[in-house]
Design a protein around this ligand. Structure first.
Ligand code: PRX
Length: 649
């Protein structure tokens, strides 16, 4: 990044919380936020120790933070804790009959699990995992539809100290294989299939393809959901219901070291290989539980619905660990938002009397496009708070969410965070923060967020720079699985001992953070990160392709659409069939979300003299058809001229 980041957005609307909301909220005024924020960043260790103290410990810690070997943090050193016990067993005394999970399948089937039933299900499955040879420290891939058993599987792994790695059900066999190889997983938990837009997603078939040549996977446990025929390999595959038959209902929750690995979650980076983000136990749970409590302002009778999939970090922190650690009632939904039509979410809000609703801007934009008649057909009066996550929410989408879904009564928490951060770091507190459409507002307690320029100086109001976190926080990633050096290089090499998030941002005169977008070669498609390099590698693996460059083009619904510029091998002509074939090829290599929306065949790609592809120019071409930016470092202008259709600017 050689130039400063410009930001041209001006937004003057301010929405203070209603006095009614503030009166009942956990944090009820900006004065209280300011005071607690000041105290918490003056002494983050004291603040986080207070928060961690709310969890159930089997052995107390003797040091809050060990930051003697940055960037490798250790939190709550010497403590022993069981994450699953904190999310489940701890509630048996006062909330045994309270509903933990309300689940709705896409066909409309509904199940409810009380905390007692969740406890039994988790204990039984934990015992089954042990019977199947899974032990503490083993890595387990979870590739499941959105059914309660996905949460049960995660919690059961946590209970016995196995490290789960959830792979989003929309990912392909190749993506599963990559994650198995990188994590060294020995077991896979999956299902025959899941329902998506009226069709079966063939999860077990994908697993079979992924592990055909992976002798390291000793066991595949298969939950029966869609009931189509699948193949089961003798000696390797076992049905979930058979694995839990006859096992004990009780499974002791052994205490693990605070820093025991809890999960690995793969996310895109700017090079081809996905990064295995490692989260550990006590600090992660402290972050997820505390932020969930304050930001969603959880109360005993709330019905909370986060529409994310458990395959993303949002599903980890804000469907499973954060809400359950707070004893909340969580709604889970299996299927698509538009099945049978775009009224599905709003019907579910009405039917289950949802009070807290958390979704992504891409979904909001799709609902806006579908039309107000869908939400207007349902009673949304149960809602009292809305949330947004995954990318900047456009102010107009914010206004629609506020008016049409929130009835102008619900605060919106626009939560900024990342797979790496484990928990929300920047967000309004709904009873305190005056809201402005489009900004995640102020940092959470204990989070020392700032915007720095290239030299490391703090930027003034409305000056764009890099978003950084200057002090460690408990739910931060600990490393990239098996690659400490990449961890250092990716996040810690710009400034000394300061975490660089990879987002450009500015603060306004009120100290509110406005996220401008990613600074690296990472796309944000429908709220999910996609590395341009990953998609490029997938394209280049096709026999017709010599070289490829992928960029994002602004898109009304998805935030960014994927545009692929492709140079073919000599003698090969590009046509529509090949475009379709390449889209399919990428879908197979990564998953449907990565399929390029446009494929542009080009005789050459614009490069710098040192041979780096100038994606900036391709971005301009894909957005506007021409180039007005600086082309002085371009090696061969004729390449760009050809891409612009022969017009030299
Ligand atoms: O660019 C930011 C954007 O999403 C990135 C993190 O992506 P991921 O790890 O997939 O996690 C998504 C869910 C936590 C960030 O670097 N992002 C996330 N939330 C927001 C956001 N950008 C602006 N506003 C947000 N609220």
């Amino acid at each position: 990044m050689s130039q400063n980041i410009e930001s041209h957005q001006v937004e003057n609307r301010v929405f203070p919380p209603s006095s009614e909301f503030s009166a009942k909220a956990h944090i009820g005024s900006m004065e209280e936020y300011e005071r607690r924020y000041r105290e918490s960043v003056a002494d983050p260790e004291a603040y986080w120790a207070d928060m961690a103290g709310k969890l159930h410990w089997q052995q107390p810690w003797n040091q809050v933070l060990d930051w003697s070997n940055p960037p490798f943090a250790k939190w709550f050193v010497g403590g022993r804790i069981n994450v699953c016990e904190n999310c489940v067993d701890r509630h048996l005394e006062s909330r045994a009959d309270k509903t933990a999970i309300i689940w709705e399948g896409e066909p409309g089937d509904v199940r409810r699990l009380s905390y007692r039933e969740l406890h039994t299900a988790v204990c039984r499955f934990a015992n089954a995992l042990k019977d199947q040879g899974v032990a503490s420290g083993d890595r387990v891939i979870i590739y499941m539809p959105m059914v309660p058993e996905a949460a049960v599987a995660m919690l059961a792994c946590a209970r016995i100290g196995a490290v789960h790695s959830v792979v989003f059900g929309g990912f392909s066999a190749d993506s599963i294989r990559d994650r198995i190889q990188d994590s060294g997983a020995t077991a896979v938990i999956t299902a025959d299939g899941g329902w998506r837009r009226g069709s079966v997603v063939p999860l077990k078939d994908n697993v079979d393809e992924a592990i055909a040549d992976e002798p390291g996977v000793k066991r595949v446990i298969v939950f029966r959901r869609t009931e189509q025929d699948i193949s089961m390999r003798d000696g390797r595959d076992v049905w979930w219901h058979d694995a839990v038959a006859g096992v004990d209902d009780q499974c002791p929750a052994e205490g693990f070291d605070s820093e025991h690995p809890l999960y690995i979650l793969y996310t895109s980076g700017s090079t081809g290989k996905p990064k295995g983000i490692l989260h550990t136990s006590a600090g992660y749970l402290t972050g997820a539980a505390t932020t969930f409590h304050d930001i969603f302002d959880i109360r005993e009778d709330d019905i909370y619905w986060c529409t994310a999939d458990v395959g993303w970090v949002t599903g980890h922190s804000y469907i499973v660990y954060g809400p359950l650690a707070n004893g909340a009632t969580v709604l889970m939904y299996e299927g698509a938002p538009n099945h049978p039509d775009f009224g599905r979410f709003w019907k579910m809000v009405q039917d289950h009397k949802v009070t807290l609703f958390y979704t992504a801007p891409t979904a909001i934009r799709a609902f806006i496009k579908a039309g107000d008649q869908f939400p207007e057909g349902y009673d949304l009066s149960s809602l009292r708070l809305l949330g947004s996550v995954g990318e900047p929410i456009n102010p107009e989408a914010w206004m629609w969410y506020h008016k049409v879904i929130g009835g102008e009564r619900c605060p919106i928490v626009d939560t900024w965070w990342q797979t790496e951060t484990g928990a929300i770091l920047i967000s309004p507190l709904p009873g305190a923060t005056p809201l402005k459409p489009g900004t995640a507002t102020r940092p959470f307690f204990g989070i020392d967020a700032a915007i720095l320029d290239e030299e490391g100086n703090e930027c003034g109001p409305n000056e764009g720079g890099r978003l950084v976190i200057r002090k460690p926080w408990p739910s931060m990633l600990r490393t990239l699985w098996g690659d400490d050096q990449r961890f250092i290089d990716t996040y810690w090499n710009t400034y000394e001992n300061i975490y660089v998030a990879g987002d450009g941002a500015r603060t306004d005169e009120d100290g509110y953070f406005w996220i401008v977008g990613r600074l690296d070669d990472v796309l944000n498609v429908s709220g999910h990160r996609l590395g341009t390099a990953e998609v490029e590698s997938a394209l280049v693996s096709h026999k017709a392709v010599a070289e490829a460059a992928v960029v994002g083009r602004p898109d009304d619904i998805k935030g960014q659409a994927v545009v692929a510029f492709v140079t073919l091998k000599s003698g090969i002509e590009g046509d529509d069939d090949l475009k379709q074939e390449l889209r399919k090829h990428v879908g197979k290599a990564i998953g449907a979300i990565a399929k390029p929306d446009d494929v542009v065949f080009a005789a050459g790609l614009p490069k710098t003299r040192s041979g780096k592809i100038m994606r900036r120019l391709l971005k301009e071409i894909s957005a506007s058809g021409t180039i007005s930016g600086d082309t002085t470092t371009l090696e061969d202008f004729s390449v760009v001229a050809a891409l612009q259709g022969g017009k030299e600017e």
